[in-house]
Design a binder for this molecule. Structure first.
Ligand code: NDP
Length: 246
């Protein structure tokens, strides 16, 4: 059941996060949106509320632990509990290693890895106390299969995979009823490519997305499916992408 579930979504100001917020709220969930561009969040929340949905938002930089803690507090204050958190914020400034774009490497580690750690650290005490919860993350097919230009990005997404599997195992062993779901999208048309500063890499990736990219709503459908599963069932991993992408 999705109706009345309280779901926090990071990276909700565009792409997959925005589509998921809109879909879940249309199915009756109470959504709490976080990202850095709070003007965009304000607009999305207004749209959801105009359609009769329930939503709240907060400026969130996932690299800051305090921001993560505060969005969990906001969800509890506004809606009374947290049923699920979709740790979706991420960046992909890909480049060849030889270009030595080390600032981009570190930023990917900060957002894609530490951002997930910070989100889990923020919500785990609440989930443990409630004795239920659902952690959903956006990894990537880049976390399953290496490709030139994606060394650091793929590494961060591989980390998410491993981390989530251990979270699933430990939650089961501890009997906390915390469910997990890790999603591995392929080419999805969002703002993700906008951060690529390496011209050759940007052009090569744009070609792939122009040829194959599908809508972020397809990933939102998967998040909804995972949340909708019966409480005793974890649907753990999804690889989702364009039907015609090799
Ligand atoms: P978008 O660029 O459209 O969305 C990324 C979101 O992350 C934005 O809402 C952005 O908001 C947010 N974000 C970035 N940095 C931070 C930060 N420091 N703190 C909080 N929020 C942040 O791309 P997608 O929707 O595609 O990306 C969503 C996830 O999906 C990412 O984890 C990405 O790696 C993953 N993914 C995407 C694929 C694709 O083909 N599009 C394929 C595989 C995985 P703001 O800038 O306002 O902070």
């Amino acid at each position: 059941m999705i109706k009345d579930k309280v779901v926090i979504i990071t990276g909700a100001s565009s792409g997959i996060g925005e589509a998921t917020a809109k879909l879940l709220s249309s199915k009756g969930a109470k959504v709490v949106l976080g990202a850095r561009r709070d003007d965009k969040l304000k607009h999305i929340v207004a749209e959801i509320e105009a359609g009769g949905g329930h939503a709240s938002y907060r400026e969130l930089d996932v690299t800051k632990q305090a921001d993560n803690d505060e969005i969990v507090s906001l969800a509890k204050e506004r809606f009374g509990r947290v049923d699920a958190i979709f740790l979706n914020a991420g960046i992909m400034p890909n480049s060849q290693l030889s270009a030595l774009k080390t600032d981009d490497w570190h930023q990917m580690v900060d957002v894609n890895i530490k951002g997930v750690l910070n989100g889990v650290a923020a919500v785990l005490p609440t989930f443990t106390e409630q004795k239920f919860g659902h952690v959903i993350t956006t990894s990537s097919v880049a976390g399953l299969k290496a490709y030139p230009g994606g060394a650091v990005y793929g590494g961060t997404k591989w980390f998410v995979r491993d981390f989530m599997e251990v979270l699933r195992m430990e939650s089961a062993l501890e009997g906390t009823n915390i469910r997990t779901a890790t999603i591995y999208p392929a080419a999805i048309n969002t703002e993700l490519l906008g951060a690529i500063r390496d011209k050759a890499t940007a052009e090569a990736m744009q070609k792939v997305y122009d040829q194959y990219g599908i809508s972020p709503e397809r990933i939102a459908d998967i998040v909804a499916f995972a949340i909708d599963a019966p409480a005793d069932t974890t649907i753990n991993e999804f690889t989702v992408g364009p039907a015609n992408q090799p």
